[in-house]
Design a protein around this ligand. Structure first.
Ligand SMILES: [Zn+2]
Length: 92
């Protein structure tokens, strides 16, 4: 489930791995073409990179575990409730 950024209705989203479903995602209430917002994936990548750097540098173990926990929670939240944005057509 995700929320339409235009009409704020809940929309059933396809599985994360089903790419054809994501490319043709349309809000059934306002007929807006939608795409997945990838900001959380970028934040997750930065968290994982920071976690790996802190673990290699031999710094505080609690910091590494905290970053791992936050990364796991963000990943699960992004899987369950992905954020949507209005799809921009290249040819418009
Ligand atoms: Zn809508």
């Amino acid at each position: 489930m995700a929320k339409c950024p235009i009409c704020k209705h809940n929309i059933a989203t396809p599985s994360q791995l089903y790419l054809p479903g994501w490319s043709s995602l349309v809000c059934p209430h306002c007929n807006t073409k939608l795409a997945k917002d990838n900001r959380a994936v970028v934040i997750l990548g930065i968290l994982l990179m920071t976690m790996s750097l802190t673990s290699m540098a031999g710094s505080d173990r609690r910091l590494t575990l905290t970053l791992a926990g936050v990364s796991l929670l963000l990943g699960v939240y992004e899987l369950l409730r992905p954020r949507l944005q209005v799809k921009k057509d290249i040819w418009d």
